[in-house]
Design a protein around this ligand. Structure first.
Ligand code: GLC
Length: 528
């Protein structure tokens, strides 16, 4: 049975990622918030997405913009209060939008009660057992317990006053939990239940390939001269794709997702979860979406691919082949809050935008769910953020620019910054480029040739076949520079080469740019 025979909403959805602090500011403090999102929900309905995924809005010192959670069951005052979350859920559901919230189980904030208790209780205490505290190496324990590095750069261990070290695969303010401790699993069961009871439709599970580490916390074997794929992630995030990984993707993690699946299934309304799992292979990604585990896993392979028809074709065939044995539906992602925006990855400027629109159009025709990142519907580029405004912990740990450039607040309208990001003229937490005046929602809504108009039209047209076109994809050979495939009644052609190509027969249902008989370079079409 193909997945179209039992269609749950998430199997073919277009899901829009809201980066809370940069989407819409309801109270004018320069930081986005929940009331700001609620007020803009009609925009998402009109855009034509099925759901939104909201990045963490829980109580947090904001060292990693909410991915450092101090209280999983409350809203940070920066973003509102619990009643604002309830109001957002109600309004979204009224508008027919599903809501996915972020769940951060690999680590807490160092401000979480558990970590504070662990610090206070000292070595050997049960409180320390909930995290990964160890003695150091060397004569006086002054060396970290092993050689692991933080994803954000530098050692993955920090020493506390009494001499013990704790593990943090991310920032030092994000201590890793000890998932071998039963209280950890029990706590997250309560968190899941808390939000499911409030009406969320699903969870995006942060660092889903983390949680368990090899129990002995052995050194990582680091091979010299390994080839490094190029992409825009912090280099440590990329390197580990080819490394010995005692800290990632351990078999024990799957029992957690089986437990969570059983919880989700107790609720009505097709609740779901989607894994953020940076696995080394498509096959190990597929392990996260076995029938009794996660519903979906982000598939980052397209986001890691260069502008190349053969690479894109490999992404599609490789993804479908890996998921087929477990019967899971694919997902597709071109941008998110951790990577350089795809307009910029594809070269920026007019060509980068043309390519980004073309890749998006190809993606949206595929079976499964497409995850869109706020601002891509405006064709926004990565911003070169001045150092004084950078907040990414990886910037502070490595001196590399980090991820702030894809997190610049959305320009909604008006001629100058803050472009109606919030009420009044308050400054957003990262300044927006002056040239965004031409790219505001207001400006683009009035222009039928805009990227916003393109996304709206593509998402509307997608609704015409997303649930009925089946999950079979037939790859077509139109030459090495052309990605071409057929899905049900729709034929997709994307020209990654330099020269125009002759289109196969069919009516143009959607085009990513001007098409006149032939398909120009950096352009895609749907033919029906
Ligand atoms: C995930 C998030 C990223 C965050 C990290 C640590 O990769 O997407 O933004 O910094 O986890 O929680």
């Amino acid at each position: 049975m193909g997945w179209n025979d039992q269609i749950e909403w998430w199997r073919h959805a277009a899901i829009y990622q809201v980066y809370v602090r940069s989407f819409a500011d309801g109270d004018g403090d320069g930081v986005g918030d929940l009331p700001g999102i609620t007020a803009r929900l009609p925009y998402l309905r009109d855009l034509g997405v099925d759901a939104l995924w909201i990045t963490p809005f829980y109580t947090s010192p904001q060292n990693d913009h909410g991915y450092d959670v101090a209280d999983y069951c409350d809203v940070d005052p920066l973003f509102g209060q619990l009643s604002d979350a309830d109001a957002l859920l109600d309004r979204a559901h009224e508008l027919g939008l599903k809501v996915i919230v972020d769940l951060v189980p690999n680590h807490t904030s160092d401000a979480h009660d558990w970590f504070q208790a662990a610090l206070a209780a000292g070595p050997g205490s049960p409180e320390r057992e909930r995290y990964l505290f160890r003695e150091g190496r060397g004569a006086d324990g002054a060396e970290p317990p092993n050689n692991w590095e933080s994803v954000f750069g530098g050692p993955a261990w920090t020493r506390v006053e009494d001499g013990e070290w704790y593990l943090h695969l991310f920032d030092s303010t994000q201590p890793d939990l000890n998932w071998r401790h039963p209280e950890v699993g029990d706590m997250f069961e309560e968190v899941l239940t808390f939000w499911l009871d409030r009406g969320v439709d699903g969870f995006r599970v942060d660092v889903a390939h983390g949680l368990f580490k090899e129990a002995n916390l052995r050194d990582q074997v680091v091979h010299s001269g390994e080839e490094r794929p190029t992409n825009q992630l912090p280099s440590s995030m990329v390197e580990r794709r080819l490394k010995d990984e005692p800290m990632w993707d351990q078999p024990e993690v799957h029992e957690v997702y089986r437990r969570w699946r059983r919880i989700l299934e107790k609720y009505d309304g097709e609740r779901m979860n989607v894994a953020e799992a940076w696995t080394q292979t498509p096959e190990s990604m597929a392990n996260f979406v076995r029938p009794d585990e996660m519903n979906q896993s982000f598939n980052f392979s397209w986001l890691l691919a260069d502008w190349s028809a053969t690479e894109f074709a490999d992404v599609i065939t490789g993804t479908l082949a890996a998921l087929e044995p477990v019967g899971a539906t694919p997902t597709w992602v071109l941008s998110n809050h951790d990577v350089t925006r795809h307009v910029t990855r594809y070269g920026g400027g007019a060509q980068g935008l043309a390519r980004a629109r073309a890749a998006t159009l190809a993606m949206l025709a595929l079976p499964g769910s497409s995850y869109l990142y706020q601002g891509e519907e405006l064709g926004l580029e990565q911003v070169d953020v001045e150092p004084e405004f950078r907040q990414d912990p990886s910037w502070f740990r490595t001196g590399e620019p980090g991820r702030d450039g894809c997190r610049v607040p959305i320009p909604w309208g008006g001629q100058e910054a803050p472009f109606e990001f919030g009420p009044g003229a308050g400054h957003p937490w990262i300044p927006q480029p002056a040239e965004w005046a031409a790219q505001t929602v207001e400006a683009q809504a009035a222009d039928p040739g805009s990227t916003l108009a393109f996304y709206r039209a593509a998402l509307a047209a997608r609704r015409g076949f997303a649930t009925t076109a089946g999950d079979e994809v037939e790859m077509l050979d139109l030459g090495a520079d052309v990605l071409a495939f057929r899905r049900g009644p729709v034929t997709v052609v994307l020209n990654c080469g330099q020269k125009p190509v002759v289109l196969p027969a069919g009516d143009v249902l959607m085009a990513s740019g001007p098409v006149d008989g032939e398909l120009p370079a950096d352009t895609a079409v749907w033919l029906a």
